[in-house]
Design a protein around this ligand. Structure first.
Ligand SMILES: [Zn+2]
Length: 419
């Protein structure tokens, strides 16, 4: 018994992650393709055991799931998958090597671009925030920035409002970076904001009739922790009293609509830890309060994640669909068609036919169910797993270009039907 206790303590300590990438030497990402509902549910159960880091979540049959195992547990995972008849391929053969290459690529890109905001490298949180301020200063009457609160570690959170029609115009709320390691998300959100601002004359009609609310990075502590300590950090950085020193909650399991009913964990060491209560994470409360403030006029809520190339809509907490799902599905198809037309990038759209998996506490569910925003979407950006979270910086601009076309479709729809 004592040995068992010691062993499980060691296992949890290993999962708590040291603050270097040493723990990723020999770590692998395995890809499985569940073909039956039973296999999807098995994977969901496996994710809930917190033994492995699920890089993508089991959404449904026909959608691949990428699972990372540390070197010591790769053989166990392979055996487990074989036992239940799930074939796998090795998607990443050495995670530490992938991260080393990624770090080199970003450092090289940054060396030529510096701290000035651009879309050839991934930027630090303070650089993004300084850029938001600069946009507001140089574009009065078009952009304004307000502080919406501070993070657990004391960073300031800012929201940029874009539009020249004044209060009361139909609104589109856009956030990014809820999961810390999904760096392409803040990069894409800032890319789209930059396009709208620098070409404001082109989009004059749109900007006169629709208001945009941008928060590019809503998990700043986690995002910075990725830059300084652990590139694969997903959660917030709050202290929830874990005896093993595990930090943070999954901010996309923390929202207060059917919170923690399923697809989330009560274990603070888990990557899908729901938190001690709904909205326990101050960053999510800050964003929630802004959505509520503008809820009467908001038509669209867009939250950007990576990766998998999916355009998803509620519900997340149940496999049932909202009564107006056809409206959400139609607009999603129009948006994805425009996206694909740019570089040929293919997206799946979350619908009754392919989404079986339920995970409660997502921000899109709350936006629709809690705040009444009709068109609430979760977008999983590039890629489909070649690089996963560590998408090379030379893919920021193409990702921005195609995603911006999708946003334009959504925004024009709002302009034509709600203003
Ligand atoms: Zn995510």
């Amino acid at each position: 018994m004592r040995i068992l206790v010691v062993l499980s303590a060691l296992l949890v300590a290993a999962l708590a992650r040291p603050s270097t990438h040493d723990y990723l030497h020999g770590a692998q990402v395995l890809r499985v393709n569940p073909t039956t509902a039973a296999q999807v549910h098995y994977l969901q159960g496996l994710q809930n055991q917190d033994l492995y880091d699920f890089w993508t979540e089991p959404h449904g049959t026909g959608l691949p799931v990428d699972i990372m195992a540390q070197a010591f547990s790769v053989p166990v995972l392979k055996k487990t998958l074989q036992t239940i008849g799930l074939e796998f391929t090795v998607q990443v053969s050495d995670v530490a090597l992938l991260l080393a290459k990624d770090r080199e690529a970003n450092q090289k890109a940054r060396a030529s671009s510096g701290r000035e905001m651009d879309w050839t490298s991934y930027h630090r949180y303070d650089e993004i925030e300084a850029w938001l301020e600069e946009l507001a200063t140089t574009n009065p009457g078009l952009c304004s920035v307000e502080e919406i609160g501070t993070t657990y570690e004391g960073r300031t959170m800012k929201m940029l409002t874009l539009g020249k029609g004044g209060a009361g115009k139909p609104g589109i709320f856009i956030d990014g970076g809820i999961h810390a390691r999904e760096w392409i998300s803040p990069a894409t959100v800032t890319y789209m904001l930059n396009e709208l601002v620098t070409n404001s004359a082109t989009y004059d009609d749109l900007l006169s009739n629709v208001n945009f609310y941008f928060i590019p990075s809503i998990n700043p502590d986690g995002y910075e922790y990725c830059h300084t300590d652990d590139r694969l950090w997903r959660k917030t950085r709050s202290d929830n009293g874990s005896p093993f020193g595990c930090m943070g909650a999954d901010p996309n399991r923390n929202w207060g609509f059917h919170w923690n009913e399923n697809g989330a964990s009560n274990n603070p060491c888990s990557d899908i830890y729901a938190g001690p209560e709904a909205f326990s994470e101050v960053e999510m409360r800050n964003v929630r309060d802004q959505i509520l403030k503008y809820a009467d006029s908001l038509v669209v809520y867009l939250t950007f994640h990576s990766y998998s190339q999916l355009w998803l809509y509620p519900w997340g907490y149940t496999s049932a669909l909202p009564s107006d799902w056809q409206d959400l599905d139609d607009l999603a198809h129009s948006a994805v068609d425009a996206l694909t037309a740019v570089h040929g990038t293919r997206y799946d759209i979350g619908s009754s036919t392919n989404v079986l998996y339920a995970a409660a506490g997502g921000s899109d569910d709350w936006a629709k169910g809690g705040a009444g925003v009709k068109y609430a979407y979760t977008v999983e950006l590039r890629d489909t797993g070649n690089y996963g979270f560590v998408l090379p910086p030379d893919q920021i601009i193409p990702t921005g270009e195609e995603t911006f076309e999708a946003l334009k479709v959504v925004a024009n729809y709002v302009r034509n039907n709600y203003s």
